[in-house]
Design a protein around this ligand. Structure first.
Ligand SMILES: Cc1ncc(COP(=O)(O)O)c(C=O)c1O
Length: 365
């Protein structure tokens, strides 16, 4: 039918959906800014500036790309089991942690259910909730961006099925206390603790999944292992939840290249750990140096990024100055973060250039 109107059959609530604000790749940033691609410093996606393990890159040549991957993810789950110490019955891998988030919505959330988002936080939860037709309730974090338990309690009602807790939180960088998590686990609600930045924080609640069927812990290979482009992450959960995720996920959700690179990365932890350590050193150095600048607050971070908050209208000016120098950081559109941006930690040279550019823009040189 030539004049078929596709809009007519779209689920009505999706017609006005505000889409996820994803980051652009370097070639597009180059095109938009007119700065050569090899001069772009991309610090807007919390990617790993040192890249993947050479063993992971090499493994891509051996991947049997003409065959479908193992739908049971046995090799992947065994490797994650060895890494985390949890049995494979408690592990499900996905095309990034993003896919596990999406799966959680597809399995547990019906239109009209509510989810609780501890804002400001990672945008995928509310984005997926809106696609699912769920209500998103926002329990605003306190002035230090810590969880506000009172706000959370106030926003819980009989329709609340799911609470997302990000630790360390993106974009604010702070960890959630173990006590807050154990307190929330006592509720009759599914709790997803997103530990995408675990390797930079070394703090986890993964040991709680064996005894708490209402806990799912998310992890990713995108950050510490530098595999963001291959899309592979995983969830750690009670075996009663694993069953549903394994049954409902697309059968071949983690592709063979991602599998090969994940296995090779776990064979090269020492190399990857050295890069994680360099990022942590860079993060701590940046935090001290940024806080020396008048008019700028750099929040303490346990991730591979730092949230910078500016006084007056400095944020826009500094953002513009960074862009003119080919440095791309993450800005936000919410009222609370309108004077802030998030910088991913780069290599030592990149960090120095970022710092110099900000100092100059703030007349602090
Ligand atoms: C808190 C958090 N969770 C999940 C993700 C997505 O991870 P993945 O690349 O594995 O989909 C990100 C990516 O930035 C993140 O910041």
């Amino acid at each position: 039918m030539k004049n078929f109107n596709i809009d007519k059959i779209v689920r009505p609530h999706l017609l006005s959906l505000v889409t996820y604000d994803a980051v652009n790749p370097p070639d597009l940033l180059s095109q938009k800014s007119g700065i050569p691609e090899n001069e772009i410093i991309k610090l807007n996606g919390n990617e790993n500036p040192y890249g993947a393990s050479p063993k992971a890159i090499e493994s891509l040549n051996q991947a049997q790309v003409h065959l479908y991957p193992d739908p049971d993810q046995i090799r992947i789950r065994k490797a994650i089991s060895a890494y985390t110490g949890l049995p494979i019955d408690n592990i499900v891998a996905g095309a990034g942690a993003d896919e596990i988030i999406d799966l959680i919505f597809r399995i547990f959330i019906s239109p009209g259910d509510s989810i609780l988002d501890c804002s400001p936080t990672f945008g995928m939860y509310s984005f997926c909730a809106k696609i699912a037709g769920a209500n998103v309730k926002f329990a605003e974090r306190d002035s230090n961006y810590d969880l506000n338990i009172e706000e959370i309690e106030k926003n819980i009602d009989s329709s609340t099925k799911l609470i997302f807790i990000t630790s360390p939180n993106n974009p604010t960088g702070n960890l959630v206390s173990y006590d807050h998590i154990t307190y929330l686990l006592e509720k009759d609600i599914l709790l997803v603790v997103d530990e995408a930045y675990f390797e930079f924080a070394k703090s986890s609640v993964q040991n709680l999944v064996l005894e708490h069927p209402n806990l799912i812990v998310l992890r990713t290979m995108s950050k510490w292992a530098g595999l963001a482009g291959l899309r592979v992450g995983y969830g750690l959960m009670h075996s009663s939840a694993t069953k549903y995720l394994m049954e409902i996920k697309p059968p071949y959700n983690v592709n063979v290249s991602a599998e090969a690179a994940l296995l090779a990365s776990f064979e090269d932890i020492e190399f990857l750990q050295k890069n994680v350590d360099k990022i942590i050193v860079g993060r701590n150095w940046m935090n001290v140096e940024l806080n020396k600048i008048n008019g700028l607050t750099a929040y303490p971070s346990s991730g591979n990024y730092i949230l910078c908050e500016f006084t007056e209208n400095h944020c826009k000016t500094v953002f513009g100055e960074l862009e003119e120098n080919g440095i791309f950081v993450r800005k936000f559109h919410t009222e609370r973060l309108k004077n802030s941006f998030r910088i991913s930690i780069g290599t030592e040279t990149q960090n120095q250039k970022v710092l110099k550019t900000i100092q100059k823009a703030m007349n602090n040189e």
